[in-house]
Write a protein that binds this ligand. Structure first.
Ligand SMILES: NC(=O)C1=CN([C@@H]2O[C@H](COP(=O)(O)OP(=O)(O)OC[C@H]3O[C@@H](n4cnc5c(N)ncnc54)[C@H](OP(=O)(O)O)[C@@H]3O)[C@@H](O)[C@H]2O)C=CC1
Ligand SMILES: CC(=O)N[C@@H](CCC(=O)OP(=O)(O)O)C(=O)O
Length: 318
């Protein structure tokens, strides 16, 4: 007996996260790629750009109405921020039961949308068909802070370094290899949207200082936490291990994880747990691939959940 597949479309499929989503969907036993949209690549075979996909689909330049008329069971939006509203309205009108996962920041502050960071929020999933995927740095910050969020004496200070794929494909200083060479570029130092996103989601203020570096993919998030009561390294490590027990996509490690080891991997690593004398200051380091656990893999966790599949279907385990 064969099981019918759910159809899925990807809007913004030329981009970095779109390509990762195509790879994941191509290997998924219960999903069938119904359409992929790109203005620039319209007419070209998808397999010419994503080797892991061996089907016959070509990229299409689709209007909002075209996307809605496809009537897919699920649509992932991998568009730049600010581009989703009209498209979602068209899907709402044509087929409201479609599962929509938005990778942009457009719905992360909209309580009508489920915020899908599964390790922290899957208990709040109540069948919503509109899912907002967290930011990449915001995922790393939340995974680093959540186990100690009730113990904090001060706002966590988060020093984040991203590979330049995080800046997308629209040319800017942040994805210009010449400007990044031998460089580390600080930006949005006290007003990044992920600072507000994490503050909102964890319910405590956080301070975030993002930087972009010359490597292509992967985030290092170094977080300084002040505790109300003195602790020990063993107690802190045990707390993280217990918090993430049974979570295949969060690995608790002893040392500070290296970003070079996380590129292309689907999980996050959280480690270091270095305490300053006095036991009240703890430094935690997390790494993840911004295009995977920071975007496409997390979107697939959310799709699997919403479509009633096992959450880990077609996600390679660490
Ligand atoms: N890169 C990352 O690490 C992460 C990204 N995100 C978010 O995911 C989304 C996609 O990011 P990413 O893949 O990096 O972005 P890219 O810049 O790599 O890709 C953007 C995609 O959107 C399309 N596009 C661009 N402008 C428009 C427009 N005005 N109207 C319609 N389509 C447009 C592009 O294709 P074409 O121009 O051919 O139509 C392309 O497919 C963004 O919202 C980003 O913030 C979230 C987490 C991590
Ligand atoms: C290096 C770099 O530029 N990274 C991006 C983060 C990408 C991401 O997760 O962004 P959204 O919240 O927009 O979805 C940035 O700081 O805007």
């Amino acid at each position: 007996m064969t099981t019918a597949k759910n159809t899925i479309g990807i809007v913004g499929a030329r981009g970095h996260t779109g390509a990762e989503l195509i790879r994941l969907v191509a290997a998924h036993p219960r999903l069938e790629l119904a359409f992929v949209s790109s203005r620039e690549l319209a007419g070209q075979p998808v397999r010419d750009h994503v080797a892991e996909y061996d089907g016959a689909l070509r990229y299409e330049n689709l209007s909002h109405e075209d996307v809605a008329a496809k009537g897919a069971d699920a649509v992932v939006l991998a568009l730049p921020n600010g581009k989703s509203a009209e498209l979602v309205a068209a899907i709402d009108a044509a087929k409201p039961a479609t599962v929509v996962v938005d990778l942009s920041a457009d719905h992360r502050f909209d309580e009508r949308w489920y915020y899908g960071l599964p390790e922290l929020t899957r208990g709040a999933y109540a069948g919503q068909r509109r899912i907002s995927n967290p930011g990449c740095y915001a995922t790393a910050m939340q995974l680093s802070i959540a186990p100690l969020v009730d113990e904090l004496a001060a706002p966590p200070a988060c020093f984040g370094v991203s590979g330049y794929s995080g800046a997308g494909t629209t040319p800017s200083d942040k994805n210009d290899p010449a400007k990044l060479r031998d460089n580390l570029m600080p930006y949005a130092l006290a007003d990044h949207v992920h600072e507000r996103e994490v503050t909102r989601r964890l319910g405590v203020p956080v301070e975030f200082m993002p930087h972009v570096a010359p490597h292509f993919r992967g985030i290092t998030m170094t977080v300084n936490l002040w505790l109300m009561h003195p602790s020990t390294r063993d107690a802190v490590r045990a707390r993280y291990a217990s918090f993430y027990d049974g979570e295949p996509l969060v690995r608790v490690v002893d040392e500070a994880p290296w970003v070079s080891a996380i590129a292309g991997r689907h999980h996050a690593e959280v480690g270091a747990f270095t305490l300053a004398p006095g036991g009240k200051r703890v430094v935690v380091v997390a790494t993840l691939d911004n295009l995977l656990k920071g975007a496409a893999t997390q979107a697939l966790q959310n799709l699997n959940l919403a479509l009633g599949f096992d959450e880990w279907t077609a996600i390679p385990r660490p």
